[in-house]
Design a protein around this ligand. Sequence first.
Ligand code: ADP
Ligand code: MG
Length: 612
Amino acid sequence: MSDIIQLLPDSIANQIAAGEVIQRPASVVKELLENAIDAQSKNISVIIKDSGKLLVQVIDDGVGMSETDARMSFERHATSKIKAAEDLFYIKTMGFRGEALASIAAVAQVELKTRQRQDEIGVLIQIEGSQVKKHEPEACPEGTSIAVKNLFYNIPARRNFLKSNPVEMKHIVDEFQRVALAHPEIGFSLYQNDLEVYNLKPGKLSHRIVGIFGKNYQKQLTPCDEETDLLTIKGYLGKPEFAKKTRGEQFFFVNNRFIKSNYLNHAIKVGYEGLIPEDTYPFYVLFIEMDPKHIDVNVHPTKTEVKFDDERTVYGLIRAATKQALGMHNISPSLDFERDTNVQLKMNNYQLLNKDFNTEEDYQNEKKYLRFENIPKEKGSTNWQDLFEGLKDDSVFSENFNKEENSVTFQSAANELSNSEITRTTPSAFQIHQIYIATQIKSGLMLIDQQAAHERIRYERYINALSNQSSASQQSLFPETITLNPADFELVNDLATEIRALGFIFEVFGQNSIVIRGMPADITGTNGKEVFEGLIEQYKFNKSELSLEKRDNMARAMAKQSCIKSGDILSEDEMKSLIDQLFGCENPNYSPNGQLTFFILDLGRIASFFKK
Ligand code: ADP
Ligand code: MG
């Protein structure tokens, strides 16, 4: 029998390797930027077209390549950076496997121009699908330019797999920011479709942070410097009062490599304990330097995870450094401890409440008694009132009750009501632990989850607003400017029609900024910026977790942002209004994400508790 084993042609071997190293346009950006840094560049430009699907080009003023090296650079395992296998973290250069350019050239159309200082003329190489198409002398500036066109042009399945432009651009900006933060001594610029997104001058880390995230950050940076036997920590923490609802702006670098670590994030979070609310995220850019021998060597170069041999000590040191930095610089944010403890209490109560039904038997009983037959499934503005039929006038349903949600302001209205308004002899609806609303109905007692119920109400309302393209807005007295990262900015542009349909009035205001001039009329008394940022964040979260249609996602995100929360104090009128609106919904039984909004404990069930 003849032999059947053959070596794969280079072009195929390279494509296979590319599958690992090059996942999307952002991977190309990362590899090219790292090469430019390794080439001792002082200024690096990144040019993106069509979120990198059409073009990723990186131009540097580094050492350049000789003609032979230029050709060699596209061979697999061709590298000038190491001669033997060594630990990733011992290596000072960013790349070392000699795989990137070969991989990129296997899956795109690449044009390289490069010249070394001492050479009079440079070289041009065009290569696509690993085939050299052109190789000739070229008059070009000192340094290197690599243009990567039509990524995955020869692998349609991978090309189709790329995400929408805003998503791919967000990945690119993420990589760009990480590299730019790790090298403040180098100038970087980024262009997308001929628009300048960033132009960062060389300078100190603090300047780089402000250059990337905006002037507001100038005031909020707290230096963090700690030196121990095991490691040194350097960088900046955001002041607690600037913590955001957005998780994005948290950066860890270990020996100047960006890493992701939930474990270390947690250490920082604990360092901020008591200074920021639970659901917010502080800003930080921290650089950890340590002897590479304490870092797990089994780390894949394209992955961003890291393992330390003494994780607990690293955790402890980071937590301590955070506390120290926040304390030392005498930060006294406007603390709201009362609110914090309430949140804590609320959780405990919530757990207690749930515990009551914790045995399987209890649970089954409970299920038996959830009687939805009473509740009309259709939009029941007439029938649901039967629930309350025969009850006194003081009960939830009363004729002159206004069904327009706008007529009741939820935020803190209860606190403004006078005592006489709150105190009634026989309240028809009352709150239980500020989580549930209890009310008497014909068949017994109804319990409503205030948050789930209001989320349902708001959701249906926003769905309507989005399909009618109309919503009431209220002009803001003080227009607020929001600076977004470029990817979010693009997303906001993409969603502009929907955002306006919800009732926001805004316009673009300079690079990556918008100014909000009006808010949906039903959002009163809250910080517009916070709601807007929360909306975008929730939208992105929904998008990554659930595959929702644009409008549905928007309505859900906005409902979640604007609804009454567990813990909010409600006046009786607000409770009544809420119940009224809930049963005016198309689907009152569940919140948009499927949580039960209410259940009924009927008289039979209540009586059964008292029977011997
Ligand atoms: P690696 O970076 O792992 O060595 P690459 O495939 O990314 O592998 O690059 C191969 C080689 O090409 C590098 O080792 C370097 O010698 C050369 N090279 C790549 N990009 C540049 C650049 N921008 N300037 C100078 N030399 C470069
Ligand atoms: Mg490289």
